[in-house]
Design a protein around this ligand. Sequence first.
Ligand code: PHE
Length: 340
Amino acid sequence: LRDELMTAVEGAPDLGALEEVRVTALGKKGRVTALMKTLGGMDPETRKTAGQEMNRVKDAIAAAIEARRAALEAVELDARLARERLDVTLPARPERAGSIHPISQTWDEVAAIFGQMGFAVAEGPDIEDDFHNFTALNFPPDHPAREMHDTFFLPPRADGSRHVLRTHTSPVQVRTMMSQEPPIRILAPGRCYRSDSDMTHTPMFHQFEGLVIDESTHMGHLKGCLQEFVEAYFEVENVPMRFRPSFFPFTEPSAEVDIGCSRKGGELRIGAGDAWLEILGCGMVHPNVLVACGLDPTRYQGFAFGVGMERIAMLKYGIPDLRTFFESDLRWLRHYGFAA
Ligand code: PHE
């Protein structure tokens, strides 16, 4: 029996087979175990010698199994080491890093520039009610901007109110004035929505709104503030600016602002030149707006401005079509240097 089992142990080809041999020999129902059970029926003298002999066999087999196990494990380890070898001298595979979308970048840059001038960032909801988007901003009830062709209306609510996707960031002016005491100095970047799509319009776009309210702010402050912003954002000094009289219901007087530029060889350059580019709308906050927001117009005054984020990004990076911002085309991002 001893030799037979020893041969089986030596011949076990792998750890699984070795375990089977162990169970057949030393397991509860194993052959050595069965043999040991016969000891009970022997007379004491025979049992003593037979017992010693059987224990020797059992220990020898157990030792042989352990030795075989160690040998098999070593073989397996060698095989694994060979299989899983790493070549640490291989060059790394090139990976494409993620990058910031030009709109996010513009958003961050603008917030940083106005942050330096002491503006805090404020935000409002994309879904607005008629009051914040229009009424408090002094839109007369029949103003064309309320009509379907511009504004996305949501289905009427149970109380009959019609909410809209905000058409500009100006409702954040209202929310700020109604919740904060002057002096106020905020920058409100955010998404806006208008039912429109062509080279220079998308149904969703971004604006940032500036609002300053205190007791002595005047139009000179507005001009200085915008001049500083334009020069910081476009990284050009002494950019000519032109304030053209305009109209917004919520500002009086109102202006549209143009910046100087030149187009030589088809390339647009911001700065002193032979042409003008419109970049934003602004004005002194209308007294009706102050009243609607609960502020005393004989005590407080201030200015506001609204800028299209895509518009200034297009000018800075020479992007001709606004729709491309939202097409998620990596080739486009790479072309303008926004992705690796
Ligand atoms: N809300 C205006 C627009 O969307 C821009 C604007 C903001 C004009 C603030 C004046 C003051 O066109």
